[in-house]
Design a protein around this ligand. Structure first.
Ligand code: ADP
Length: 155
């Protein structure tokens, strides 16, 4: 049973995340999209909103569940018997950041991080750009799943 955790803030989920998650489906039997809660971090969307956005985007997908966690990602993985962490890479800055974390996580726990390279069509998308657009009343609907875009339009 190949169980992977895809950890992140998902503030909000974007088509970049969707791309990575969709392409990882053939690799794993179960994928837990895990929203990390950091009390010190300011988020634009509440934990309930972020969870609902992800659930709506993948409601028909049996392999996917959405959870929240606090503390170290490796501790969370161990608590649910997940052997893999899934992450996406967009650019050299992502690589530098992710390399140290993945190596540390493997040292601490033996858990392997599996990286998928971003697709050309979604490599420029980030949650922070989406938040900027939304904050300034712009139209971010081409960067997020349809259900999230509908939610933005209702606000
Ligand atoms: P975090 O705060 O942990 O970086 P994010 O929600 O920003 O959380 O990102 C979660 C994961 O999704 C990270 O591995 C990030 O590199 C990946 N990701 C975000 N946007 C994209 C994208 N456009 N293409 C590929 N991977 C992405």
């Amino acid at each position: 049973m190949r169980k992977a955790v895809f950890p992140g803030s998902f503030d909000p989920i974007t088509l970049g995340h969707v791309d990575i998650i969709s392409r990882s489906l053939p690799l794993f039997d179960e994928i837990i999209i895990a929203i990390g809660i950091n009390a010190k971090k300011k988020y634009m969307f509440s934990i309930e909103e972020r969870k609902r956005f992800i659930q709506n985007a993948f409601f028909a997908e049996q392999k996917i569940t959405v959870e929240t966690y606090t503390g170290l990602t490796v501790d969370y993985c161990k608590s649910i018997n997940a052997d893999f962490i899934l992450r996406g890479l967009r650019n050299p800055a992502d690589f530098d950041f992710e390399k140290a974390i993945a190596q540390t996580n493997r040292k601490l726990s033996g858990i392997e991080t599996v990286f998928l390279l971003t697709s050309a069509e979604t490599s420029y998308i980030s949650s922070s750009i989406v938040r900027d657009i939304v904050k300034n009343n712009g139209d971010a609907s081409s960067l997020v799943p349809k259900t999230v875009a509908e939610y933005f339009n209702k606000e």
